[in-house]
Design a protein around this ligand. Structure first.
Ligand SMILES: [Zn+2]
Length: 494
């Protein structure tokens, strides 16, 4: 069972990418070679409208590896934007602004996303000695930068952003004040980080009515935003979840963590703490629950981190003057999370035999083991190989330098058809590619010539030209392969 499932996983993701190819691939132009201005300006009161605009701009600019969707709507109908960045099966979940006045965590989530996109595009080496591409081809970050857009909007813009009919009740929840700078709750006066079903009935000081902070509601997941995060997390099954809060430069990492997971989670928390200089919060005998990571740790028995960003700011938002300090502490944490999350995912993947004909469509490093930190044995050139084993998103192949493991990201799997038609005329209208996979867009214009057709794969032809081998889209009137009977051709054409 697991044998077939694993193969299915790898190759459906490859096929999925190839089916998106024409949508995503854009011809290289002079403009895209210029360094691009950053989309996000972190030095501003970062609103829901700004978040929405910047997310759309990021998803448009980096359309081949950022996808934008919504996990649902807030109580007042604002989108709970969710951005996926990366191409891997191991998912890391990052959540910002559960609490209204803590919106500097939205800036943090957005900046982490743009930085990852830039480093991926630049092919940069990143923290830990990895290449950004090697990590983001293996890991996907699922990011909800603003879990509580109603509360953030109330904290930043005040009553004017809400219907007049609810002004009296909002003022009442705010102890009679129309200054909302201390607001933590959602738009209905429920504290979203006291809403999750983990130790919910034992929450300390739960309140008894909607309030600007601490009220846990009548039952877990009463708030739409908390229910949406709960559903999103259950369907995502992240390796690691991080819920950003402010303030204090401390890190929560434990909630009734079972002994068998204690050392694992503590090691990850220690690594995060040493990178950020945050203080680890020591486990207490009777912790107050209901928090997102309290629930995540309990539900999945996987690491859940709650960093408190910024030096203590009191009962208000962290000032923007604190941002540069926060960014210096936070910017490399995603690469630590990627490395750790990927390791957790790989640990669950069993190696299984796999005897299939494959094509490697891009140069890859051949590693001694399916591990980015293992020795690089050789550079694997594009070409024909036989895969012997599969483990996670790695494939074992035979090369002239011996047996090595390579990433499955640039691999396509047969059948590969040999065509009756052995040559094809190439002209200025033919666009050639190094690889038919969306991961490796590389349109090339060839000179007029007659090329030799090597083989066909799923609507693509591999051709031998006088400047090397390339993939082109199969022309509509191509001759059928030798293996297809005339009857089948008629049916196909009808
Ligand atoms: Zn908080």
């Amino acid at each position: 069972m697991s044998f077939h499932r694993s193969i299915h996983l790898v190759f459906t993701s490859v096929l999925f990418m190839s089916s998106l190819f024409f949508v995503l691939n854009k011809p290289v132009s002079a403009q895209t070679a210029q360094p691009l201005q950053p989309i996000i300006n972190p030095q501003q009161v970062y609103t829901y409208a700004t978040t929405t605009r910047d997310l759309k701009a990021l998803a448009a600019r980096y359309s081949d590896f950022i996808q934008l969707s919504s996990a649902g709507k807030s109580e007042y109908g604002r989108e709970l934007w969710t951005a996926d960045i990366g191409k891997g099966s191991a998912v890391i979940l990052l959540l910002g602004s559960h609490h209204a006045r803590e919106w500097i965590t939205t800036i943090n989530s957005m900046m982490l996303m743009e930085q990852m996109a830039q480093q991926y595009e630049q092919g940069a080496s990143v923290f830990g000695g990895y290449r950004a591409r090697d990590l983001l081809d293996r890991v996907t970050f699922r990011i909800v930068p603003m879990v509580n857009p109603d509360g953030v909007t109330l904290q930043q813009l005040g009553l004017s952003a809400f219907p007049a009919a609810v002004h009296p009740s909002l003022i009442q929840m705010n102890s009679g004040s129309s200054n909302f700078k201390r607001w933590k709750a959602n738009g209905k006066g429920i504290d979203l980080n006291r809403s999750y079903p983990a130790g919910w009935s034992d929450i300390h000081n739960p309140g008894n009515a909607p309030y600007y902070m601490n009220y846990k509601g009548l039952q877990p997941l009463q708030a739409k935003e908390a229910k949406a995060m709960y559903d999103l997390t259950l369907s995502t099954k992240p390796e690691i979840a991080v819920a950003y809060h402010s303030s204090g430069e401390i890190l929560y990492w434990n909630f009734k963590t079972k002994p068998q997971f204690f050392a694992r989670d503590q090691a990850i928390a220690n690594a995060y703490a040493s990178l950020t200089s945050y203080q680890l919060v020591q486990p207490k005998p009777h912790p107050s629950g209901g928090g997102f990571t309290d629930w995540f740790i309990t539900q999945f028995e996987r690491p859940g981190l709650t960093p408190e960003l910024g030096r203590s700011a009191g009962e208000t938002n962290v000032p923007l003057s604190e941002w540069n300090r926060i960014w210096g502490q936070q910017r490399n944490t995603v690469w630590l999370l990627a490395k750790e999350g990927y390791a957790l995912w790989m640990k669950r993947q069993a190696a299984s035999p796999l005897h299939v004909d494959i094509r490697v469509t891009a140069g890859e490093f051949g590693y001694m083991y399916p591990d980015l930190k293992s020795r690089i044995v050789t550079k694997v050139e594009p070409g024909r190989y036989t895969a012997s084993r599969l483990k996670g998103d790695w494939i074992e192949i035979q090369t002239i330098k011996g047996i090595v493991w390579i990433s499955a990201r640039s691999i396509i799997k047969g059948p590969f058809d040999v065509l009756e038609q052995s040559t094809i005329a190439i002209d200025a209208n033919t666009i050639a590619y190094v690889s038919p996979l969306a991961a490796l867009p590389s349109p090339i214009i060839l000179t007029d010539q007659t090329a030799t057709i090597v083989e066909r794969w799923q609507g693509w032809l591999l051709i031998q030209t006088n400047s090397g081998t390339y993939w082109i889209r199969e022309p509509k009137a191509a001759v059928p392969p030798t293996s297809v009977t005339p009857e089948a051709t008629t049916v196909g054409a009808a």
